[in-house]
Design a protein around this ligand. Structure first.
Ligand code: AHM
Ligand code: MG
Length: 306
């Protein structure tokens, strides 16, 4: 059977050329991140490595790799990275898109050999502010785990590709759907349980109802589990120290919510509003988040009275 590459899949789904090129450039950049993670080729202090002169922390290295590829893609007018303090403008080429990315989400998990990921949200134009997650024309993430996989949406379904030994992303799951009912749950920020009786009750209901805990501490692998299992829920509420939680709207919540939403799940903040309708006002803006199977989100709303 002929295997479908990411390029062919994008072509066959009618993705316009500029967006197809951008997604392929992003996919290429993640192969370098994959290589750095797999080989540990981070360079010794003071020596050169594949990517630069000095030893870099993994998240910094991933940021450098992705920045370089975005700058050379010639369709990107601006990007924002979780590793940068402000939006970076690029003044060359045909600047159709801006890209927000988290180069290595949960990077501390890489130190203990657990799965990590990169997240990307793609918008038209060269400005993120005043837009919402709904305005993304595409989003994708890559999981670096036992295998490296890429999940994307251009708002025409959600599809998974796996990286093979030849460096090709080959279609492994098409039209991924999230069922309304769920068996697994990933309750983040359990610190909030001690001060928020409603959140404690929510977690208790899922525990008592025989739901299975599947929480890795990495949002990308945790959301990927929900997509691959076709059900589940991930939560990360705010608490007194961080009322808006810690997960960033632009780099984490909006891109992953677009994918979950496209797959048939729900995504809300702590007031019950859709994550995809929150206006992006600041680069470091965070939001509490609850996303996954529709019935799980209904249970969230019941307990949080929203
Ligand atoms: P990071 O962007 O600093 O790596 O943090 C994001 C990660 C998510 O992947 C994960 O869901 C969350 O932090 C867990 O945070 P914590 O363990 O601090 O509650
Ligand atoms: Mg992150």
């Amino acid at each position: 059977m002929r295997k479908t590459s990411l390029n062919n899949h994008l072509r066959q789904s009618g993705t316009r050329d500029s967006l197809r090129h951008l997604i392929l450039d992003i996919a290429t950049s993640t192969k370098y991140v994959h290589h750095a993670l797999k080989t540990g080729d981070l360079g010794m202090a003071g020596t050169s490595n594949l990517y630069g002169e000095n030893q870099l922390a993994l998240d910094v290295l991933a940021n450098e790799i992705i920045k370089k590829h975005l700058s050379e893609s010639y369709v990107v007018g601006a990007f924002a990275s979780e590793e940068e303090t402000s939006v970076v403008q690029i003044n060359h080429g045909d600047q159709k898109y801006c890209v927000a990315f988290d180069p290595l989400d949960g990077s501390s998990l890489a130190d203990v050999n657990q799965s990590v990921g990169s997240i990307f949200g793609i918008f038209e134009g060269n400005n993120f502010f005043g837009k919402t997650g709904e305005d993304q024309v595409a989003s994708l993430f890559v999981v670096y785990g036992p295998r490296t996989s890429l999940v994307y949406t251009t708002k025409k379904g959600v599809h998974e590709f796996s990286l093979n030994d030849l460096g090709e992303f080959i279609l492994s799951k098409e039209n991924i759907r999230i069922e309304n009912d769920h068996k697994i749950f990933a309750p983040g920020n359990l610190r909030a349980v001690s001060e928020n009786r409603n959140y404690a009750n929510l977690v208790e209901e899922w525990s008592k109802n025989g739901k299975t805990l599947r929480y890795s501490g990495g949002m990308v692998p945790d959301i990927n589990s929900i997509l691959m299992k076709g059900q589940g829920v991930f939560t990360y509420p705010g608490h007194s120290k961080y009322p808006q939680g810690k997960l960033r709207l632009l780099f984490e919540c909006a891109p992953l919510s677009l994918i979950v939403n496209e797959a048939g799940g729900d995504c809300i903040d702590q007031t019950g509003n859709s994550i995809l309708k929150i206006k992006i006002e600041e680069i470091g803006q965070t939001t509490p988040i609850f996303l996954g199977s529709k019935n799980a989100i209904a249970t969230v709303k019941k307990h949080l009275n929203i």
